[in-house]
Design a protein around this ligand. Structure first.
Ligand code: URA
Length: 209
């Protein structure tokens, strides 16, 4: 079974609380999400491979360790996932970026893909899928399913907030995909919103209604 990594550093909790407040401005919400995302990127990349390179310090020759950021792909589930991208890229600027767009068919309630654009050679890359809210899990599950067709080296899922239902659905569908989150809230309401949550993440990031 996959692991759930609860990233509850005091700075993350503090910033998340500010984001939850209904009177947080679009500007603050977006900035805080960016700050939290860059901090989460440290944990998400903790196991990235390092390679030795020869360097010259001002005093002598030495061997340093570097990562190959290009091997990493952040995959944003549109549109709210884009709110996480900038923060992640500020920490790993060489990473590649993929986008996947899904909407919910009102009849079948299943996720239907309308956009899918990934870097080449996905089988050589490590994937981190980003979406601020893991609620019912339908979009996340469909996105990961689609990415598995490209056979990447690994897939992790990163959200800001989730709930027991979202975690259970994701773990059942993809027991090989670890989940990274800053909080696990009480549960879903009848409209599929996470409670207490923070409302509609996409609307709050982009200032739409
Ligand atoms: N998507 C959101 O933006 N918010 C929720 O609470 C659940 C899904």
């Amino acid at each position: 079974m996959s692991q759930v990594h609860l990233l509850d550093h005091p700075l993350l909790q503090h910033k998340l609380t500010l984001m939850r407040r209904k009177d947080a401005s679009t500007n603050s919400f977006r900035r805080l999400l960016g700050e939290i995302s860059s901090m989460m990127a440290y944990e998400l990349t903790r196991d990235m491979a390092l390679q030795p390179i020869e360097i010259e310090t001002p005093l002598e020759a030495s061997t340093g360790m570097v990562i190959d950021g290009k091997k990493l792909v952040f995959v944003s589930i549109l549109r709210a996932g884009n709110g996480i991208l900038d923060g992640m890229l500020s920490v790993v600027p060489g990473a590649r970026v993929g986008h996947i767009g899904l909407y919910r068919d009102p009849q079948t309630l299943t996720a239907v893909e309308y956009y899918f654009k990934m870097p080449s050679e996905m089988q050589e890359r490590e994937v981190i899928v980003v979406d601020p809210m893991l609620a019912t899990g339908n979009s996340a599950i469909a996105a990961v399913q689609r990415l598995k067709e490209l056979n990447p080296k690994s897939i992790k899922f990163c959200c800001l907030l989730t709930c027991p239902e979202g975690v259970a659905a994701m773990q059942q569908a993809h027991p090989d995909v670890d989940i990274y989150t800053a909080a696990i809230d009480r549960g879903l309401d009848e409209h599929g919103y996470i409670r207490p949550g923070l409302g509609d993440a996409g609307d709050r990031i982009f200032g739409t209604k």
